[in-house]
Unconditional design. Structure first.
Length: 134
């Protein structure tokens, strides 16, 4: 597995053989601004377009950033839809234990529904099992 990008907010990995991109959000996200969040998502989208993974695992168990409704809509339109159009077919999200954060993240990843399969998980093992099931 290759590390594509690492900064104080998240790490992005790519497994070429499995056509899988993984991003792990870090606790430093508590200091993240909306502009930081958008910039990091656009970086992620650029890597998706460059490497064309079919699967993504988003690990947000350590995230400390609240995704407000306006930012949820922006994420859907400007990041997720283009990523699905580029190559993604399945996306698994490993959620934090906080119910409030879970709802925020699930809402941010709700759209678009027609272009990909998405599921939310409590742990990484279940997320990977689903990603690689047919």
């Amino acid at each position: 597995m290759e590390t594509l990008k690492e900064n104080r907010f998240f790490k992005i990995y790519f497994d070429k053989e499995q056509e899988l991109i993984i991003d792990e959000w870090l606790p430093e996200t508590r200091h993240m601004t909306i502009d930081d969040f958008k910039a990091n998502l656009m970086l992620w989208l650029g890597l998706v377009k460059q490497h064309l993974p079919k699967k993504a695992m988003i690990d947000v168990r350590k995230i400390q950033f609240m995704i407000e409704p306006e930012l949820q809509e922006w994420t859907s339109q400007h990041v997720l839809m283009p990523a699905f159009q580029a190559s993604l077919q399945k996306i698994a999200t490993v959620l934090p234990s906080s119910l409030f954060e879970q709802v925020s993240i699930q809402q941010a990843l709700e759209e678009p529904k027609a272009t990909t399969q998405r599921r939310f998980f409590d742990n990484e093992a279940e997320a990977k099992q689903w990603l690689f099931s047919e």
